[in-house]
Design a binder for this molecule. Structure first.
Ligand code: 5AD
Ligand code: SF4
Length: 484
């Protein structure tokens, strides 16, 4: 199989018509789009610019890199959203406020599009998989140029070509797919670290969650394709990889030749040049002893696990269809702490799930105190149409949810501060990621356990591993220095 960097888009004969095979078909449409970019250049005396704005999770961030890769190879130049000729929103719909934000931003784009008719607006991602959303966009936001979903993102070049040809709104949404198209371009945000999709979709159907409806059924990539991608990345200077999937612990189960996630990790560990391996997200019900053992032995897997608990009440967990009890979750975290000393645990918690009582909420506070998370993302329950929880009775009143949310946040913050402080005074390896935003004489890096450290240093250190003395804990991050 040819890798993407062996393809010369310039040489593709666009008069020959599109091939039916992927990814060749997309290479063809990229070549077609280039013609359009050349026209733009002739007309306006410059190349067109584009901006992809990401809402939501790391999956979406990775998808946006793929869109940027295609745009770049077509000839677009990256630009700030305020000035770009082509603005794309890669949307999220996990909570209602994500949708509200997108509508708000579209409202702001409308006058700009009126003033500059050559401007284009594209929408994609999870929110587009909801038929009501697309209906609303068609009716009230007819100035949008291109709408596509999560399943056909690989077809971006083809859809863009269709938009150029049609001269009006193009919509293409698929209900589902079993297809995984390899070898398309992508434009990484960081030269030294990268996300890698290992699987798509989700089969868990937690009763509050819309993801299985918008991301479809679970599909794993072939281990060979993943390994090859990481080897390429490593040759290209990447030393830290983040394996991405909605439920990485069930990776490989649906492959023709099933492979476990732990086996995949063991293979990735062997790749030269890779120094750090991260992954997310893990579902507690599928986290195997085999994986814990591999994590315990590994020199490269980071000492950090994001393990969403959602609630500490077994009664609520059952209503959420999480398929574990509070006790099982606690036992799992204890096992992890024994097998991987110093492991940092982080989590997601939902407050105000239908029927949550003060006693249920106390159970959540209790589990937070017992596990002692290094950090936790706390969410107010958001009703998502089409999910089983949306029609459950006893939706919790807003004031009660707000009060619980604040109490939980306080607890989480106190414990996270204490957990962070335990490393004070130690020397730890840091991967430097950027120059600090607040102070340009400092750089910001990440510890294996995912905590951030700011320390005096210059831009040249970006991408380097440096041993840093963690001088002072500031609650959620450290101020450090390179020991003399
Ligand atoms: N309401 C609130 N939070 C939600 N999450 C998923 N669905 C909902 C919802 N309907 C949270 C979960 C999940 C994280 C990505 O988002 O905690 O782990
Ligand atoms: Fe990610 Fe889920 Fe939001 Fe989609 S809906 S962007 S999968 S968090």
């Amino acid at each position: 199989m040819r890798m993407y960097n062996e393809i010369n888009i310039e040489k593709i004969d666009i008069d020959a018509g599109p091939p039916s095979k992927e990814p060749d078909r997309q290479y063809y449409f990229m070549a077609k789009c280039r013609e359009w970019v050349k026209d733009f250049e002739q007309r306006y005396g410059r190349r067109p610019t584009a901006c992809v704005t990401t809402f939501g999770c790391q999956m979406n961030a990775r998808d946006s890199e793929k869109l940027r890769g295609i745009l770049k190879d077509i000839g677009y130049i990256e630009e700030q959203e305020e000035r770009a000729d082509f603005v794309i929103y890669n949307t999220c719909t996990v909570r209602e406020n994500a949708n509200t934000r997108v509508y708000g931003r579209l409202g702001q784009l409308k006058p700009r599009k009126k003033k500059y008719p050559h401007m284009m607006i594209g929408l994609c991602g999870c929110m587009m998989q909801e038929p009501e959303v697309v209906e609303k966009l068609k009716k009230s936001y007819s100035f949008i140029d291109l709408i596509f979903g999560t399943h056909n993102i690989y077809k971006f070049a083809e859809l863009l070509a269709a938009r150029f040809e049609a001269g009006r709104m193009v919509i293409d949404i698929w209900k589902s797919t079993d297809k995984i198209v390899e070898n398309l371009p992508n434009e990484r945000k960081y030269p030294f670290k990268s996300g890698i999709n290992i699987m798509f979709g989700c089969n868990n159907f937690c009763s509050y969650c819309i993801v299985p409806y918008v991301r479809g059924r679970e599909r794993s990539r072939e281990p060979k394709a993943i390994i090859r991608e990481i080897e390429r990345l490593s040759e290209d200077g990447v030393t830290e990889v983040m394996l991405l999937g909605q439920n990485v612990n069930s990776y490989g189960k649906t492959l023709e030749q099933p492979v476990s996630f732990a086996q995949l990790l063991t293979e990735i560990e062997k790749i030269d040049g890779i120094r750090r391996i991260r992954f997310m997200t893990s579902h507690p019900k599928d986290l195997s002893d085999e994986l814990i053992e591999v994590m315990g032995k590994s020199k490269k897997i980071c000492r950090h696990l994001h393990l969403p608990v959602q609630s500490g009440s077994t009664r609520i967990l059952e209503k959420m269809n999480r398929r574990y009890t509070k006790e099982q979750y606690l036992a799992l975290t204890e096992k992890l702490k024994r097998a991987v000393p110093g492991i940092s645990l982080t989590t997601d918690i939902i407050v105000g799930f239908p029927g949550e009582t003060e006693e249920d909420f106390q159970e959540t506070l209790d589990i937070v105190r017992r596990v002692r998370y290094d950090s936790a993302f706390t969410f107010i329950y958001s009703k998502r149409t089409g999910t089983p929880a949306a029609v459950m009775e006893e939706q919790v009143p807003d004031e009660i949810i707000k009060d619980r949310f604040e109490r939980l946040l306080k607890e989480v913050q106190i414990i996270a501060g204490e957990m962070c402080a335990v490393h004070e005074g130690t020397i730890q390896e840091v991967l430097v990621e950027s120059v600090s935003e607040q102070d340009h004489s400092m750089v910001t890096g990440r510890l294996s356990n995912n905590l951030l450290v700011h320390f005096p240093g210059r831009e040249e250190l970006i991408g380097e591993y440096v041993d840093v003395l963690l001088r002072e804990c500031k609650g959620f991050y450290y101020i450090g220095e390179v020991p003399k």
